[in-house]
Write a protein that binds this ligand. Structure first.
Ligand SMILES: *Cc1c(COP(=O)(O)O)cnc(C)c1O
Length: 479
């Protein structure tokens, strides 16, 4: 493909993208395909000779798009958002053209220096104090792994890296059952072992760790000769938005020299609105804090903002400097590869720069405030529906609910809600997912798409009113 052809197809890709987003609301939110349907349409061997771009674009529409779940759909209410926005997409186009490898300062000084600045902007935007240094990780999972590796090395006086973990006494990690599975995964990868992830019971409307139980668990471990290494606090858990009392966790951490990591992957973006910062009280005392602009801050995946109080502890854990990666003749720069597990790094700061500048912080706050206000309005409406109950929340823009007609056992209601969710998602107007709370099947709702309107959010009620009685009737007939 020569330069002129590239220009023509770039314009075509831009038109395709604008058309896609303009018509996205007409598509079913969740891909209505059967397993294997896309796979079977793709040849089992690659072409020996190049094919025309025309044919490739035609197959994009014919083969691929039917198998896409539309995360930017205005009625995507499943999981958590992975929202994007026009300025972010533009930055990603440019980033793809530049295609720089940003592992070292000298492999693109602008990428490193913009990243440092953007993370400082983000830090101030969410109200973390100066003194935290930031890095963009590919995902919150990677940030949590980096944090737990740092915690491990701190607890072992850096002998984990030098001597290995065999023969060391067990290190303990404390978290509630509400933390994300990425914590469980990091506990495994970092060598703590599943059995050293101590689950602290939760209580209260925010399903946070019971501080007294946390303190007792730590003290009991110390008495038993075990070494507490890390506490992971949730700020907006994935299931029902659980929020730990970070200040209380910090006080236990400080008292015993334990590393405190805060996982705010989803909810962190809402901290740009000062009225929600009571949820992060105490985060200024954490050692590490992660949130994902790629979830709810209108920035394409991947872009996870990881803040640490002591960057040297992180780079002492992950930084390796072979001779071929040295930068000669320059000083006073950061090499961000030493802050993360992978060496290679995309130029991710550019999209943050485009997004924050194009919207301005006040407009970003406004969009998040809308999502939260509309979700609350919907939660109130669902609570007023005769056969529905709100099970948890809302926490920010997340709540869970249950179809609970009278005269059914809780087990029958579990089944009915699973059937209702299947019907909702097959219908295609909206997309919701489920979780388990207090042993019961509940349906989750969250709003966070860039294109969502109040009408989109409230349309959920119409879909439920439409489908719930039909599902109930089908269940009755089947019984
Ligand atoms: C989504 C989520 C994660 C994982 O985020 P990735 O960036 O996909 O690794 C971790 N923690 C919480 C609370 C989340 O909601």
């Amino acid at each position: 493909m020569d330069g002129e052809e590239f220009r023509r197809w770039s314009h075509r890709a831009a038109d395709w993208s604008a058309d896609y987003l303009a018509g996205i609301g007409e598509r079913p939110v969740r891909a209505p395909v059967e397993p294997g349907q896309v796979f079977r349409q793709i040849p089992d061997a690659p072409p020996e000779a190049g094919e025309p771009m025309e044919a490739i674009f035609a197959d994009l529409d014919r083969v691929i798009m039917p198998g896409i779940t539309h995360w930017q759909h205005p009625r995507f209410f499943a999981y958590f958002p992975a929202n994007a926005s026009p300025p972010s997409v533009l930055a990603e186009q440019v980033t793809a053209a530049i295609a720089a490898q940003c592992m070292l300062w000298q492999t693109s000084p602008a990428a490193t220096e913009l990243e440092t600045r953007m993370l400082d902007w983000l830090r101030a935007m969410i109200g973390l104090p100066e003194g935290f240094s930031g890095v963009i990780q590919d995902s919150a999972s990677s940030a949590t792994l980096a944090a737990l590796l740092t915690a491990r090395e701190r607890a072992l006086g850096h002998t984990g890296n030098s001597d290995g973990l065999f023969g060391q006494k067990p290190l303990r990690v404390y978290a509630s059952a509400q933390v994300h599975s990425s914590v469980d995964k990091a506990v495994r990868i970092a060598g703590f072992g599943d059995r050293n992830l101590v689950r602290i019971p939760t209580s209260g409307p925010l399903h946070g760790m019971d501080p007294a139980a946390l303190r007792q668990a730590v003290e009991a471990d110390i008495a038993a000769g075990l070494k507490p290494a890390a506490i992971v606090a949730a700020l907006g858990g994935t299931s029902v938005g659980a929020c730990d009392d970070i200040a209380a966790a910090a006080s236990v951490a400080r008292a015993h020299g334990i590393f405190l990591h805060v996982d705010a992957a989803w909810a962190g973006s809402a901290m740009i609105c000062p009225e929600h910062r009571d949820l992060m009280r105490g985060a200024d005392l954490a050692d590490s804090f992660v949130f994902n602009p790629h979830k709810w801050l209108f920035t394409n995946f991947d872009c996870s903002a990881h803040f640490v109080r002591d960057p040297k502890a992180l780079t002492d854990t992950l930084g390796i400097r072979p001779p071929f990666l040295r930068t000669l003749g320059q000083e006073g720069f950061v090499d961000y590869n030493e802050w993360s597990v992978p060496l290679g790094r995309r130029f991710r700061a550019l999209k943050l720069w485009f997004v924050i500048r194009a919207y301005g912080v006040e407009r970003l706050r406004g969009m998040i405030r809308d999502h939260i206000a509309w979700s609350r309005e919907l939660a109130e409406a669902v609570a007023r529906e005769p056969d529905f109950e709100v099970a948890t929340g809302p926490v920010l823009s997340l709540f869970t609910f249950r179809y609970a007609p009278a005269g059914l056992s809780e087990e029958e209601r579990d089944r009915l809600n699973a059937r209702l969710l299947e019907a909702v998602n097959a219908d295609g107007r909206i997309y919701l997912t489920q979780t388990s709370h207090a042993g019961r099947f509940v349906i989750r709702f969250q709003a966070g798409s860039t294109w969502t309107t109040r009408e989109d959010v409230l349309s959920t009620l119409a879909v439920l009113r439409d489908l719930a009685p039909r599902v109930r009737e089908a269940e009755r007939r089947a019984a």
